[in-house]
Design a binder for this molecule. Structure first.
Ligand code: EPZ
Length: 438
């Protein structure tokens, strides 16, 4: 079993570069299904287990996939006949597989997708995806744990999303690129990753307007072709390192980061006494010895991103006073606090709000990751904890962070990723904690 072992108390100094965005590249990979000619050549692709899983699904769908991990390049060619079933073994491991439904419907007129399960952060329904695709003319049935969608032709229409769902916006937008006529998606998601997808689709010959606003308008075309496209940088990885720098009272430049994608986080960091400097080569974050408490509420973009909520609660727990975190996007995204309590965190949860008591003197412990961003939060807590912290269930971290422990080690953290059994590990932890005992 692999674990990350951290000896806390080391401030982070130096420079770190973030990768391409996980939440941009996954729908971009799915968009490759839409190109009936040519190759979709994606660059700045992060080497993450979710990306590898999406590639496996696309190969299953008879898409030709080449992933040059060293150069961070994926080439997708869907000019052969595309099959249309996304089986359980893929969808159950990665909910983002859902975004192949719209492209499959548009390209082949049929899609059979295993129903995704829930996950640690919430039930994750797909009703908005299905509502939009039905409005485009798809006949959708559910049986045996699968969603089966058929559409002889998709016809453009006006769609209103009850919630600005990222995945539903992506699925509907991609389906509409090959529909007849004009589709408008009102109250759509405005995330930068939506804009990235729309930009790529337009380079592939689509006609998508308004991405980044709350109304997207798509003029259907007859076919799409390949193109070259560079994936945007990962604003959530950047935000994670910004919070880690602040938590350790460090001085870190996050390269490839764009402050325009992290405005809510930057504003909150500054409220807490952290200095954030927008530089030509990235974002510089200077910590402070006394953090001020803050009140944060997550919201769809351009609000504070739910994907930085767990990491931010660690910083708030370090602040001198009581902070509040209101999670409005997912119904179960405070699981990390249970683990942080084992590291001395004190908090109360009232409905969707965590009341966080600081300043916390985190103490090292063995903790378990429950989801991707919770894992990042536990690592950040380990960086500032007294003693040794061991983080397990690293498969969640690997879904969204590339070489996290190496990047933190390069910034001065005393951190390693080890693959040892429990007995040896316990001995080494005691050795580090109590060298005098030998
Ligand atoms: C995307 O998930 C991201 N994943 C998530 O990142 C992110 O947290 C989320 O958007 C919100 O920003 C990817 O892009 C691969 P949603 P998605 O549909 O599309 C409800 C990470 O850590 N909803 O915007 O699944 C849903 O229950 C991951 O990188 C419906 O009710 O998010 C949730 O409460 C975690 N019906 C809310 O909307 C639907 O049909 C947000 O979901 C769809 C969603």
């Amino acid at each position: 079993m692999e674990k990350i072992i951290i000896k806390g108390g080391h401030r982070l100094f130096g420079r770190v570069a973030v990768e391409g965005a996980k939440n941009a590249v996954l729908p971009l990979q799915a968009a490759g299904i839409l190109a009936s000619t040519g190759t979709l050549h994606l660059t700045n692709v992060p080497v993450l287990s979710d990306v590898l899983m999406m590639n496996e699904l696309l190969k299953f769908l008879n898409i030709r996939v080449q992933f040059n991990q060293e150069n961070h390049v994926i080439d997708l060619n869907a000019s052969q006949k595309v099959s249309s079933e996304a089986p359980f073994q893929y969808v159950s491991k990665m909910r983002a597989s859902m975004v192949v439904m719209g492209p499959l419907l548009a390209r082949t007129g049929y899609a059979k997708i295993a129903l995704p399960g829930g996950c640690a952060i919430g039930s994750r329904p797909i009703d908005l995806h299905l509502k939009g695709l039905r409005q485009l003319g798809a006949v959708i049935e559910q049986h045996d744990g699968y969603i089966e969608a058929r559409a002889d032709r998709l016809v453009g229409t006006n769609i209103y999303l009850d919630f600005p769902s990222v995945g539903a916006t992506q699925n509907i937008m991609m389906a509409a690129t090959l529909a007849e006529g004009i589709t408008t998606i009102e109250n759509c998601a405005r995330e930068p990753e939506i804009v990235d997808l729309a930009n790529a689709l337009n380079k592939m010959g689509a006609r998508v307007h308004g991405a980044g606003t709350d109304v997207i308008r798509i003029q259907g075309v007859n076919f799409l072709h390949g193109c070259d496209y560079r994936v945007m940088s990962d604003r959530i990885e950047a935000g994670t390192f910004m919070i880690a720098a602040a938590a350790t009272n460090g001085d870190v430049v996050i390269e490839n980061a764009e402050s325009k994608y992290n405005e809510p986080l930057i504003a909150k960091l500054q409220d807490m006494g952290v200095t954030v400097i927008d530089q030509d080569d990235g974002i510089r974050v200077l910590g402070t010895s006394v953090l001020l408490p803050s009140t944060v509420q997550t919201a769809p973009y351009p609000g504070f991103p739910t994907d930085l909520q767990p990491q931010m609660t660690v910083l708030q727990l370090l602040a001198n006073g009581t902070s509040m975190m209101n999670e409005t996007v997912f119904e179960k995204r405070f699981m990390h606090l249970e683990e942080l309590r084992r590291m001395n965190a004190e908090y109360q949860i009232k409905n969707s709000t965590a009341v966080l008591s600081g300043p916390t003197k985190f103490s090292g412990a063995e903790v378990a990751t429950t989801d991707l961003r919770a894992g990042a939060a536990l690592v950040i807590a380990g960086l500032v904890a007294q003693g040794i912290t061991q983080v397990r269930n690293l498969k969640y971290l690997d879904r969204g962070y590339y070489h996290l422990h190496q990047k933190l080690a390069q910034l001065g953290a005393q951190i390693d990723r080890v693959n040892i059994d429990d007995q040896i590990e316990l001995a080494s932890a005691k050795e580090v904690n109590h060298p005098e005992r030998g």
